[in-house]
Design a binder for this molecule. Structure first.
Ligand code: K7E
Ligand code: CUA
Length: 728
């Protein structure tokens, strides 16, 4: 096999350290190239001419760079290493420039992967707008640390303050993203979350029972009736869990969960479908003609439980599971689902008090396909498929067989006919396997190496990410011909077109999310940020516009025109409607109360002070609860709260919000507290002291409030005075 020149080599550069020219576009840290993969692609067949086509396409791209500015070329000469070509054409800068004070055209939501968060970027600028914590505690704002939000991270395993979140998914109406909510999955401890897009906050998290590796999640049905979660790892399901691992084939099962999602606060597992013990990887709903169906890829039809990289890569074909979820609903209605004891947790944040509560659920409805004929069919699909994507018309189901040499596309029309004609080649645990030739619409030949994920532009084109050959390949639906290639840097996972997995793509940009960043940015030690690349897809040829570094590992992303979200933003929380039991609506309501060994401080924050700001009478061994209300009623006026020795996180208080910090003073002394958010010219003055005395001390419990507040109190009723008991 001829070495594939990494970009930049074609013009005579040397190989940057760590790159192995023997491996296509290798980067030395290439994830996922395994022995069997390498073997699969050692086949001399199409690889060589793919390489040379790739090479010539890169040469072409390099020629295109001839039009780049002289500055760029000088820079390339000055660099001590071959500068990978930017491949950006002359007007790229203008296409992504969003002038100061101007807004971006799209909101994009990139998953944080192992950060457990969501990062919100404006497109086309690539400017980071916000990081939304979901499955991870966030010391930046106290999410998962303060008393109000802690319960969001509760699971049956206890508090799980981290997860691996892969797939953001916008809610849809009639198959089109509607900007109400964003969902995202937790991969490690299977959960799904709802983020409210009027506040960009996580409001709801549901744990998935009978599950491990919630990866094929949380893709939505076109009406957001359900989002799904499927098991990447099969495990024993049911009462007996302590089994020998080598009894995998008898005892390990997968599940496909359908989660009702259309009502905030009411997320629940509507039903699960019990599946053979394969690894369910990704999913997408049908639409249009295939509305009512859901498609999930699976690999490891071998049933391997050790050395999967070899043992789960034996079969030429694995399966896409096609689920008729209306049929499943009917079976549930007919009582064909079994209620299985299960334990899982539902967390929800009340919108008025902004307090999260965790509720345990104890049962789940499970459908065995043997009891519900026609609920699932298997579509043979080469080879260890990863992504499964349904085109905007709903007719084509595209698989990303990561070890496959073609991109297979199934036809929904043919699938329906094959089911009607019972064109089955076998049955697996009650699931009919359809004949490959009976359902195939076509195969994209020689697409590149390592196809993973496909998105659509709504103009009859599909775009597939090629992990191993590090490129985005554009091809035509219906003729299956490859019409363009764009190299990306490096090892691309998902790609995203705004609305590109929906009925109505806004097919203007494509974002490639790349695993390896090596040499693209100023180096930052052994670990580099992962990288997104913005590509213009309005023309026949793709145009590279922009690189931007990302947070964590963005697997998938979603994007939506800014206008569908920006005018619905909540600017502050109404103090009048704040139902937190510890709300303090005015300085005169500030309070300090001892209940046994717990001291409650009811405190306000306003530019530029806390009240009270002097507290005495707390003792070593006490638990102090600072209930702080930001009584500002103005957009974007936040205050922070932190006290010396605080073991958890600061509080960041949105306007009108009450948050509680628990503090355990361990030693006597004077402890300053202060506002951590530079809120006004006198922000540095926004501070106070709390005095901690030895256990059993007779220092009285007192807290001061301002003279003005005291004057108000003097005119107030006895209730006010009682509430401020101890105020000096
Ligand atoms: Cu391909 Cu988790 Cu969707 Cu990563 S997954 S790339
Ligand atoms: Cu409040 Cu700084």
């Amino acid at each position: 096999m001829r070495p594939l020149p990494v970009t930049g080599l074609a013009d005579g550069g040397r190989v940057p350290a760590g790159r192995d020219p023997a491996v296509p576009n290798a980067t030395g840290r290439q994830r996922g190239i395994t022995a069997p993969v390498a073997r699969a692609f050692d086949a001399p067949t199409s690889t060589e001419d793919h390489m040379s086509r790739l090479q010539s396409s890169r040469r072409l791209s390099l020629t295109a760079v001839a039009g780049a500015t002289a500055v760029g070329l000088i820079f390339a000469c000055q660099a001590a290493r071959p500068k990978p070509t930017t491949l950006a054409s002359g007007d790229a800068a203008g296409r992504v420039y969003v002038a100061p004070g101007q807004y971006d055209e799209f909101y994009s939501f990139l998953s944080g992967g192992f950060s457990g968060q969501i990062a919100v970027y404006g497109l086309p600028s690539g400017r980071l707008l916000k990081v939304v914590p979901v499955f991870s505690q966030n010391p930046e704002n106290g999410y998962g640390y303060n008393d109000e939000s802690k319960a969001m991270l509760e699971t049956t395993f206890g508090s799980v303050p981290w997860d691996d979140s892969h797939h953001p998914e916008l809610s849809q109406t009639d198959g089109v993203p509607d900007g109400r909510w964003l969902f995202i999955n937790a991969n490690n401890t299977p959960r799904v979350a709802r983020i409210d897009l009027t506040r960009f906050e996580t409001d709801e998290i549901l744990q998935i029972p009978n599950a491990a590796g919630g990866h094929a999640s949380p893709f939505t049905t076109p009406d957001t009736k359900y989002i799904v979660s499927a098991t990447r790892f099969s495990v024993p399901i049911g009462k007996i869990k302590d089994v020998a691992i080598n009894t995998y084939k008898e005892n390990f099962k997968g599940t496909l969960s359908f989660i009702s999602a259309n009502e905030p606060g009411k997320m629940d597992v509507a039903f699960q479908i019990l599946m053979p013990g394969y690894n369910y990887d990704l999913g997408h709903a049908g639409k249009g003609p295939s509305d009512g169906w859901f498609f999930f890829t699976s690999y490891n039809s071998e049933g391997a439980y050790t050395k999967l990289e070899v043992n789960a890569s034996q079969n030429d074909k694995d399966f896409i599971a096609a689920v008729n979820y209306r049929k499943a609903e009917a079976c549930v209605a007919e009582g064909k689902a079994k209620a299985m004891p299960a334990s899982y947790i539902h967390n929800y944040t009340d919108p008025k008090s902004r307090i999260a509560t965790a509720t345990r659920k104890t049962s789940v409805k499970v459908i065995d396909p043997r009891d519900c004929e026609g609920v699932v069919y298997y579509l043979p699909t080469p080879k260890s498929p990863h992504g499964v994507d349904v085109d905007p018309t709903g007719e084509y189901i595209v698989a990303g067989g990561k070890l496959a040499t073609v991109i297979p596309v199934h036809s929904f029309t043919k699938l329906a006919k094959a089911i009607a004609d019972k064109q089955f080649e076998s049955t697996v645990e009650g699931i009919p396997v359809l004949k490959y030739d009976a359902i195939l619409a076509g195969e994209v030949q020689k697409p590149g190496l390592g196809p993973l994920h496909t998105e659509f532009d709504g103009k009859g084109n599909a775009y597939t990410s090629m992990f191993i050959s590090s490129e985005v390949v554009k091809w035509k639906l219906g003729t299956w011909e490859v019409v363009d290639r764009m190299p990306v840097y490096y090892s691309v996972g998902h790609i995203m077109i705004p609305g590109g997995d929906s009925k109505k793509p806004w097919g203007k940009y494509l974002v490639a999310m790349n695993k390896i960043t090596k040499d693209r940015y100023l180096p930052t030690g052994p670990e580099m940020a992962q990288s997104a690349q913005l590509i213009d897809i309005t023309g026949e040829k793709m145009k590279m516009l922009l690189d931007f570094p990302t947070i964590g590992e963005p697997h998938y992303a979603q994007a939506i025109p800014a206008g569908m979200i920006k005018d619905k933003q909540v600017k502050f929380h109404s103090l009048a409607e704040n139902t937190n039991p510890h709300v303090v609506r005015a300085e005169s309501e500030a309070s300090i109360t001892r209940v046994g060994k717990t001291v409650h401080v009811g405190m306000i924050a306003i530019r530029s002070h806390f009240a009270p700001d002097n507290i005495e009478g707390v003792q070593v061994g006490d638990t102090v609860k600072f209930h702080v209300t930001n009584i500002e009623q103005d957009w974007d006026i936040l205050h922070g709260f932190a006290v010396l020795g605080q073991n958890t996180a600061e509080l960041i208080l949105q306007p009108g919000e009450t948050r509680t910090m628990t503090w355990l003073p361990k030693e006597e002394g004077i402890y300053p507290f202060y506002c951590t958010d530079f809120c006004s010219a006198l922000h540095q003055e926004m501070s106070g002291y709390i005095r901690v005395s030895p256990a059993g001390s007779n220092v009285p419990l007192v807290a001061n409030i301002s003279a003005k507040a005291r004057a108000q109190l003097a005119g107030g009723d006895d209730k006010d005075k009682a509430r401020a008991r101890g105020a000096r």
